[in-house]
Write a protein that binds this ligand. Structure first.
Ligand SMILES: [Zn+2]
Length: 245
């Protein structure tokens, strides 16, 4: 700010207050719109999409693996039966050749069923393979995404901390300026800002136009405003901003 000690208006503090509030608004906006936040949402969406794919794969893999283990259990039962029949056949408890033939035929039939199941298991395992590969691929990608998410969260939190510290110091500065402005001007400013919003509550009188609405103020009004005491605020007749002259 250019120091013009003799001509500096007492109302200048109003401009300072508005500038500090503008900085506070900018900081709030910056904290809410960090580019990392958008990136984080994008990656989280990607991750949850992969989680869905993974759930679907897990469903398919569960069905296939169950079908494999059912067959393995059946093979185990068949092997037990074959072992029992074999032991009867060769255990010397045979009573007749007819019984031996029946046992041999049972063993053949059980073995036939077993080799059919073994072929099916090979087919099932071939079916499982691409699903399992896809599952590993997705899990690896998700591990990578989780690293990125942690990194983004860390960067966001570091920036938020920095912004908060800046907000803290601007707020402290504002309270000093408010002390300087005194309760009357501070209250007037706060009220006008509440009514008119950011950037437009205070306008610097530039020549004969208002710095808030940029409209030309009638000469008779300008005369009246210029004759007011230095610390007596006046409103722009066009927009209502407090004029700093
Ligand atoms: Zn105005």
């Amino acid at each position: 700010m250019v120091e013009e000690a003799t001509t500096l208006s007492e109302l200048e503090v109003l401009v300072e207050l508005q500038e500090l509030d503008t900085r506070l608004s900018q900081l709030t906006h910056r904290a809410a719109t960090l580019p990392e936040r958008e990136e984080l949402i994008r990656i989280q969406e990607q991750d949850s999409k992969l989680q869905q794919d993974l759930n679907q794969l897990a469903g398919q893999l569960t069905v296939l693996r169950k079908s494999q283990s059912d067959r393995e259990a059946e093979i185990q039962r068949l092997e037990d039966k074959v072992a029992k029949a074999t032991s009867s056949l060769y255990g010397g408890e045979m009573t007749s050749p007819k019984e031996a033939t029946a046992l041999q035929s049972e063993i053949d039939s059980l073995s036939g069923r077993q080799s059919l199941l073994e072929d099916q298991i090979i087919e099932i395992m071939e079916e499982i393979e691409p699903f399992a590969k896809e599952e590993s691929r997705i899990e690896a990608t998700r591990t990578e995404l989780r690293t990125q998410i942690a990194d983004l969260e860390h960067r966001i939190s570091a920036q938020v901390t920095e912004i908060e510290s800046e907000q803290h110091s601007v707020t402290a500065e504002k309270s000093e300026v408010e002390d300087r402005a005194g309760p009357r001007l501070s209250a007037l400013y706060t009220e006008n800002r509440k009514r008119m919003g950011d950037h437009t509550a205070i306008g610097r009188l530039v020549g004969t136009s208002c710095g808030a609405c940029f409209l030309e103020i009638a000469a008779v009004e300008i005369d009246r405003i210029r004759r007011l005491p230095d610390d007596e605020p006046s409103e722009c007749p066009e927009c209502g901003a407090l004029l700093v002259r």
